[in-house]
Design a protein around this ligand. Structure first.
Ligand code: HEC
Length: 110
């Protein structure tokens, strides 16, 4: 086996190993047991596709990495901590803390 065959072999191995069940197509699905329902309950009514405010921020649980990019995750942390989102309800301190703890732990998708 020459060097190029070896590189190709390693590359193909990586490609094959990349198919775990939390990836739909090439997108990571948001499956976190606590935070998925948290966002579904508190944010989806305005920020899912087709809702009034999805152009400001699209919450798409089937595309975790876009929905929670560094830019949006930082904004979400700030808006929720300051009580500015959701803007039609008041979260309890405990609900805010749930979001903050998740963010501070590196915002895992599951
Ligand atoms: C009742 C509707 C409503 C709900 C519920 C709601 N939002 Fe919003 N959101 C808005 C509106 C309106 C805007 C745009 C105006 C603004 O920035 O205040 C917005 C804007 C945003 C933005 C973009 C801000 C910017 O500066 O561009 C983010 C991020 C966001 N919301 C996150 C959230 C999160 C996270 C939740 C759930 C905790 C949530 N929103 C719940 C109505 C809502």
């Amino acid at each position: 086996m020459n060097r190029y065959q070896l590189i190709l072999g390693v590359f193909m191995l990586f490609t094959l190993c990349n198919c775990t069940n939390d990836i739909e197509g090439d997108k990571v699905v948001f499956q976190h047991a606590t935070l998925r329902p948290w966002f579904d309950n508190n944010c989806a009514r305005c920020h899912s596709k087709g809702k009034n405010n999805y152009l400001h921020w699209l919450y798409n649980p089937n595309d975790f990495e876009t929905s929670f990019s560094t830019h949006y995750a930082n904004q979400i942390y700030k808006l929720v901590s300051e009580g500015r989102m959701p803007n039609d309800a008041i979260l309890t301190d405990e609900e805010k803390q749930t979001l903050k703890t998740w963010y501070e732990n590196g915002r895992p998708s599951r």
